[in-house]
Ligand binder design. Structure first.
Ligand SMILES: NC(=O)c1ccc[n+]([C@@H]2O[C@H](COP(=O)([O-])OP(=O)(O)OC[C@H]3O[C@@H](n4cnc5c(N)ncnc54)[C@H](O)[C@@H]3O)[C@@H](O)[C@H]2O)c1
Length: 260
């Protein structure tokens, strides 16, 4: 039986790699994007296993029509479409704020709930939402993006709670410094790349494949008892919050015999 996967933001970057790995894993993929040329080029390269559509995840009518057009309920939905809008909160335009929230958070909500109705009728499935380490830790000039991506983490928990009894598992992935898609321009600067890489405990930037492999794992039966979770695919960055904390010798004497 054909198993359908829906991947949003599939026309570029990480999304296009998720599509490739999903096809390798045996899915037929509905590849959605607002970038008509990007998603059409991917479908023409990948053949029958990839069916492209122009879908704006922030537009409920567009999402509803695309879900209704699927021949079967999807087994896997990957909410990967995303935009970044940088700027300090004091001066960030309301349009930029709305754009980040509309695509990253509202888009994840609309696609998930349209799909979940069909998935529950069909007996279940898996949803994987792409958040970010920016949804876990604040970073300069990224307030709209971080707020939207933190929202994705809590939305993931709510959907897991509401739809678990319908057989739908919902998890999230929080990618770190990935050398693909929207971060390619940052990492193209050798000095920026060197400095950023030096902050990663595993000593390298992540790849789109690192993210896609985790997405496919969370979508698979190997993750059958996982729901509501967020996995940081970040080479260890988010566990290093205290890494640069000043550590005078007295700190290491605390708790030792003879110390206060
Ligand atoms: N690259 C990174 O370092 C990184 C790190 C953490 C999280 N992420 C997240 O990974 C996901 C993929 O990002 P990427 O790096 O591949 O960037 P990208 O810009 O290459 O891909 C994003 C895709 O989303 C599409 N998109 C934008 N608005 C849309 C809409 N309204 N409806 C449908 N599609 C829309 C774009 O056309 C594009 O194809 C995003 O959610 C991003 O926030 C990326």
């Amino acid at each position: 039986m054909t198993q359908w996967a829906v991947v949003t933001g599939a026309g570029n970057g990480i999304g296009s790699v998720i599509v490739r790995l999903a096809i390798k894993a045996g899915y037929r993929v509905a590849a959605w994007d607002v970038d008509a040329a990007g998603v059409a080029a991917l479908a023409s390269e990948l053949g029958d296993e990839c069916v492209s559509s122009v879908v704006d995840v922030a537009d409920e009518d567009s999402v509803r029509a695309a879900i209704d057009a699927l021949p079967e309920a999807p087994s896997l939905v990957v909410n990967n479409a995303g935009v970044v809008r940088f700027g300090p909160l004091l001066t960030l335009s309301a349009a930029d704020w709305r754009s980040a929230v509309d695509v990253n958070l509202t888009g994840t909500f609309l696609v998930s709930r349209c799909a979940a109705g069909r998935m529950i009728e069909a007996g279940g499935g898996a949803i994987v939402n792409i958040s970010s380490i920016n949804g876990i830790a604040a970073s300069p000039n990224a307030g709209a993006y971080t707020a939207s991506k933190a929202g994705v983490i809590m939305l993931t928990q709510h959907m897991a709670l509401e739809w678990g009894s319908g057989g739908v598992r919902v998890n999230a992935v929080a990618p770190g410094l990935i050398n693909a898609g929207m971060s390619e321009a940052i990492n193209a600067d050798p000095e920026a790349r060197r400095l950023r890489q030096a902050r990663v405990p595993l000593g390298r930037l992540g790849t789109a494949e690192d993210v896609a492999e985790t997405v496919l794992f969370l979508g698979s039966d190997k993750a059958a008892y996982l729901t509501g979770q967020t996995l940081a695919v970040d080479g260890g960055i988010t566990v290093g919050a205290l890494d640069k904390m000043p550590r005078p010798a007295v700190v290491d004497s605390v708790g030792l015999d003879g110390a206060r």
